[in-house]
Design a protein around this ligand. Structure first.
Ligand SMILES: Cc1cc2nc3c(=O)[nH]c(=O)nc-3n(C[C@H](O)[C@H](O)[C@H](O)COP(=O)(O)OP(=O)(O)OC[C@H]3O[C@@H](n4cnc5c(N)ncnc54)[C@H](O)[C@@H]3O)c2cc1C
Length: 484
């Protein structure tokens, strides 16, 4: 049977995906790729044929301020929860194949995990309290990852390329190098995904901002856009990342289900471009990931740019949080109290990329601790990148209660990008009711949250716009400091 005939014979389902980030594009890919995978009705007779439309609020894709749009992201199996370790292993196999997220977008530099406890001759375990890193090592051992352990402080320098002088960051605990990991060129991978989704027949509409979803009596949904247009779909998947807490106000039921369970927090990222000499020296360096402080950094990318960042407490941004409406009587004030991304789209190229200076200084101090010579290099860019945080750092992949055809896939919690090649498969399985029961519970909207799990120290704090710096302010302050 020809492909066109199969399409005719199968039940056609029009799926509208809202948000073209990592969750949205991966979902689109997995829905579409199975349309293609068989022309044999015998094998796939009951499988539906998906027509996929993706809309995104941004005029250009990948959206400049989406969490998924970035220079690079860490790809690691080193998780304290073995479920993610195993799923990341699957993802890495796909990154290496290069068929889903593009060729040459994955770089297996290895990930040097710092901040583990160590055994001292003076007594029991010494140093740092980093149960996350210790558990990650156990999980990496369990999947037989290619790891090299550095049980004593200082030994981790052996993982650095010859001639590179590592600073005191390498003296602060035990460490291990996981060679089965590295980093992905994030924006390039997103572009490859966009290309694949189009090639598979997906329709992608930019400049379409969702304002509300109304369920219809026949089980379909009407999706309203801010520009007044309306789209009808059999099924809707909401993948709006850190904007989700804002978006759900227009969707019956979902607002209550997600109340206090999804928070947008801004995380500081900066870049620098060292001299060609240091670019060359560090080209083969592993990604550094220090679980004690949350600091991480990448080797130079193809353009010689190094990204530095911190997985830290994060900042919330709610324009109305200082307004006094303690009675909660004014609904517009309540909306203004929802944390949402403060980015180039809301605050322009200059102000929209500024970051809290104390976090920038904290990251920079760690950079100097890792590679003292890089501490002398001026910063080139800064940015707040927005996590969508759930209370237990697990994602939400579920059907919205009361809407049989409305699904949500979000709550990346700062670690979903590495799963770009595979995460959409989970969403497809949830849509089709085929997700393993234990996974369905893990990612359900209604799951119980015990003690709040956080892979980092501290709770998010409200962003103080009076403390924001861009690279210019930071570099001037550094020069002034050094000349005093
Ligand atoms: C600083 C930082 C570092 C990170 N580092 C890593 C890492 O090293 N490794 C890793 O695996 N993960 C990492 N992550 C996490 C990862 O980037 C995210 O989990 C993932 O990208 C989230 O994807 P998403 O699809 O949920 O959101 P996004 O990529 O933000 O996409 C959401 C999309 O929805 C669109 N949208 C929003 N509102 C609307 C609307 N009303 N109508 C239509 N469209 C809308 C937006 O324009 C956007 O394109 C990091 C995240 C950050 C912020």
């Amino acid at each position: 049977m020809e492909r066109a005939e199969v399409a005719e014979a199968r039940k056609r389902i029009h799926v509208l995906i809202v948000g073209a980030g990592c969750f949205g594009l991966s979902t689109a890919y997995h829905l579409l790729v199975d349309n293609e995978s068989s022309t044999d009705l015998g094998a796939q007779g009951t499988a539906p044929w998906y027509k996929v439309t993706i809309i995104d609020a941004s005029d250009v894709l990948p959206a400049p301020d989406a969490a998924s749009t970035d220079l690079n992201k860490i790809v690691r199996t080193s998780y304290s929860d073995g479920w993610y370790t195993r799923f990341a292993k699957e993802a890495i196999a796909k990154w290496k194949e290069g068929t889903i997220c593009g060729k040459d977008t994955y770089h297996e530099s290895g990930v040097l995990v710092l901040g583990l406890r160590y055994q001292s001759t003076e007594g029991p375990d010494q140093g740092l309290t980093t149960p996350y890193a210790d558990a990650a090592l156990r999980n990496d051992r369990e999947i037989n990852a290619r790891i090299e352990e550095f049980p004593m402080p200082g030994m981790a320098r052996r993982a650095l390329p010859q001639g590179v002088i590592g600073g005191h960051l390498f003296d602060e605990g035990a460490a291990y190098l996981n060679r089965d990991g590295g980093w992905a060129s994030a924006s390039k991978a997103m572009e490859a995904m966009l290309g694949n989704v189009k090639r598979l027949g997906g329709e992608i509409l930019t400049g379409c901002k969702l304002s509300g979803i109304s369920p219809q009596a026949d089980g379909t949904s009407t999706v309203n856009l801010e520009n007044g247009e309306v789209i009808h779909a059999d099924m809707v998947v909401l993948t709006t990342g850190a904007w989700t807490p804002l978006v759900v106000g227009g969707i019956p039921h979902l607002e209550n289900v997600l109340k206090d369970r999804l928070v947008a927090t801004g995380q500081v990222v900066a870049t620098l471009r060292p001299s060609p000499f240091y670019q060359q020296q560090l080209r083969e360096a592993p990604v550094l990931l220090d679980w004690q402080s949350g600091f991480y950094m990448f080797p130079p990318n193809e353009e010689g740019v190094i990204k530095i960042a911190i997985h830290a407490e994060g900042h919330t941004f709610a324009p109305g949080s200082s307004q006094d409406d303690s009675s909660g009587s004014n609904p517009s004030n309540l909306v203004d109290r929802i944390s949402r991304p403060r980015t180039v789209r809301t605050h322009g190229e200059d102000d929209g990329t500024r970051v809290p200076r104390h976090i920038l200084q904290r990251i920079h101090a760690k950079l100097e601790g890792a590679y003292p010579e890089l501490g002398k290099v001026a910063l080139e860019t800064t940015r707040l990148c927005w996590y969508t945080e759930s209370p237990d750092e697990n994602w939400f992949i579920d059907q919205v209660p009361g809407h049989p055809t409305l699904f949500i896939a979000t709550g990346g919690s700062g670690h979903a990008f590495k799963f770009l090649p595979v995460i959409g498969r989970l969403v497809k399985e949830r849509i089709e009711g085929r997700l393993r029961p234990e996974d369905a519970v893990k990612f359900s909207l209604g799951r119980e949250f015990g003690a709040r799990f956080r892979s980092r120290l501290g709770e998010p704090v409200a962003l103080d716009e009076g403390t924001l710096w861009g690279p210019k302010e930071f570099n001037i302050a550094r020069v002034t400091e050094q000349s005093v």
